[in-house]
Design a protein around this ligand. Structure first.
Ligand code: KG4
Ligand code: ZN
Length: 342
């Protein structure tokens, strides 16, 4: 019998984080994340600069991931990479690197859908960590900078989108509104920080109500814009003087919008195992709102550790591990895709 451990190297380069991770038999040994600060002064990610920064960072980041895991390339069983969705120039860097490594080491190549990998972040843990994993089937709310999806997860590799945003993603709403509030990019964590000391009921903003399990955030964005225009005309310091209450009220509205559809889907699908994933799942308000439902709705709630919420290669490596077990490999003709439906 072959008892050799399965070591998967995961590579993530879809946006502005260059990340590499090693998992051993589905347990995370390393998860190195290099966040590109070159975009800070532009107030958003500049695709061309992201590609260049990935090119510079990828080798040192992979090297650090192997070192921290205590292995060399010769120990790797396969290499997994983010194929999409994401910025095409950024994805090309990770894809080309993974293809070269697979060819050089003669090991299988595994392509990963970044949004599905976010969900798999719920199964990520380190050795000796007592982590409980969601049982199938479960519902996952995936909230990131580019996507907002309600996903019915039937197995590690079988997932179905049952609802999604028809306009802005939740993270995008956080970031765009934060910009109106003159907060630095990325705005989500900034709004979260200021919201801690604010009154969530001070200002009222609309909660969208579109059909089914879909979401909409463009109405909220417009309503905040008009509200701020009106208030700053009367008092130019309105934003600075009320930043905590503004952030708390806006965050409260976004969370209410998300929770409303999540509760509807859970009740209609008769599912009580609920998970969350994606960058916005780092938000303290949404984490608290989910925990409240444990008592109110009798939910079993699963939230990834912080390091697996925002973009990271740990989730890519882990998803690669499940694909490795299912022998779902790809060949060297593969290329990245900016849009990548399930
Ligand atoms: O998943 P992610 O790292 O990248 C994408 O795949 O998009 O998500 C990034 C998004 C950004 O919009 C960022 O503002 C948001 O996640 N985010 C947060 C928090 N941390 C990150 N939003 C609200 N509260 C946070 N604590
Ligand atoms: Zn992401």
């Amino acid at each position: 019998m072959n008892n050799k451990p399965v070591y998967i190297l995961g590579i993530e380069s879809s946006c502005d984080e260059t990340s590499a991770s090693v998992t051993k038999n589905g347990i995370v040994c390393s998860n190195i994340i290099s966040t590109q600060d070159v975009h800070l002064k532009y107030g958003g990610v500049v695709p061309e600069l992201a590609s260049r920064a990935h090119q510079q960072q990828i080798i040192p980041v992979v090297d650090a991931a192997l070192k921290e895991a205590g292995i060399t390339t010769g120990d790797l069983s396969a290499v997994a990479f983010t194929r999409g969705p994401g910025l095409i120039g950024a994805l090309l860097v990770g894809c080309s690197f993974a293809k070269s490594l697979s060819l050089a080491l003669d090991i299988p190549l595994i392509e990963v859908n970044h949004m599905q990998a976010h969900i798999i972040g719920n199964f990520a843990s380190r050795e000796n960590e007592q982590k409980l994993y969601p049982t199938f089937p479960f519902l996952c709310l995936t909230v990131s900078g580019g996507h907002t999806q309600l996903v019915l997860v039937e197995s590690h590799l079988k997932m179905k989108i049952i609802g999604q945003t028809i306009d802005d993603a939740a993270g995008e709403a956080f970031d765009k509104i934060a910009k109106m509030l003159k907060l630095p990019y990325p705005g989500g964590p900034e709004v979260d920080k200021h919201a801690q000391t604010g009154n969530p009921n001070r200002f009222k903003f609309p909660i969208s109500d579109i059909g089914g399990f879909d979401f909409s955030f463009s109405g909220l964005k417009t309503s905040v814009l008009y509200f701020l225009q009106k208030e700053t005309k009367e008092n130019p310091d309105f934003i600075q003087e009320n930043i905590a209450d503004l952030c708390a009220s806006i965050q409260h509205t976004i969370i209410k919008t998300l929770m409303k559809k999540l509760k509807l889907a859970a009740s209609e699908h008769n599912i009580k195992t609920i998970a969350i994933s994606g960058g916005v799942s780092a938000n303290k308000g949404i984490r608290n709102a989910l925990h409240e439902e444990v008592n109110v709705s009798d939910w079993n709630v699963f939230i990834p550790n912080f390091e697996y919420c925002t973009d990271n290669a740990g989730m890519i490596s882990l998803y690669g591990y499940y694909k490795y077990l299912a022998k779902e490999f790809c060949d060297l003709s593969i290329s990245p895709v900016a849009r990548y439906p399930f």
